[in-house]
Design a protein around this ligand. Structure first.
Ligand code: F42
Length: 149
């Protein structure tokens, strides 16, 4: 079931424009960062309940995705990570295809495996982890059953 709530645009202009252009064009425009593909994640705001849309790198493996809370190696986590912990049901749009997912934060070996997929998709993640003292959170997104399945 699709998420419900009012869309509240991000305060970050470049990130907002990328997410909006990507969605409006069904993923045919604004679909890369430095030549590498992105997806758009929709989360439910932990405080407002509003729908938040965030452009993130595309980390996909066998039909599942990971989202990496790197925020360029900043000391603080991106807000969307807290939103996910508060509300595990999210939407992810990859190209023209938008679907519902259940998110789970991963640790240990599972995190290591997904981190390797993440770095293969976007090598800068290693530099971001080296830049910050926090352990960058990794969330794996498992597809939820579609209504007609
Ligand atoms: N960020 C990453 O962390 N990882 C990536 O892989 C990544 C890739 C990427 C690719 C393209 C691109 O354009 C941007 C990319 N970014 C990536 C940056 C990403 O799009 C986000 O801008 C960044 O991660 C920061 O996320 P944020 O959730 O902190 O967003 C900020 C800018 C923002 O909009 N904040 C909102 C605001 O109004 O300032 C708050 C949003 C929010 O969720 N509010 C909650 C609510 O209840 O509505 C409350 C949250 C709380 O706890 O206070």
């Amino acid at each position: 079931m699709a998420l419900t709530g009012e869309y509240q645009p991000s305060k970050s202009q470049w990130a907002r424009e990328q997410a909006e252009k990507f969605e409006e064009s069904q993923g045919s425009e604004a679909n890369e960062l430095r030549g590498m593909p992105i997806i758009v994640l929709t989360t439910v705001g932990a405080k407002t309940g509003a729908l938040r849309k965030t452009a993130l790198m595309r980390v996909e493996h066998e039909g599942r995705y990971a989202v990496i809370a790197s925020l360029g190696g900043a000391p603080q986590e991106p807000k969307w990570a807290g939103n996910i912990r508060h509300h595990l049901h999210v939407e992810l749009q990859d190209g023209a295809h938008k679907r519902d997912y259940l998110a789970r934060e991963v640790e240990g070996e599972e995190r290591d495996e997904w981190w390797a997929h993440a770095v293969a998709a976007f090598p800068d993640y290693d530099a971001y982890q080296a830049k910050t003292d926090r352990r960058i959170a990794v969330f794996v997104l498992e597809p939820m059953a579609e209504e007609d399945e």
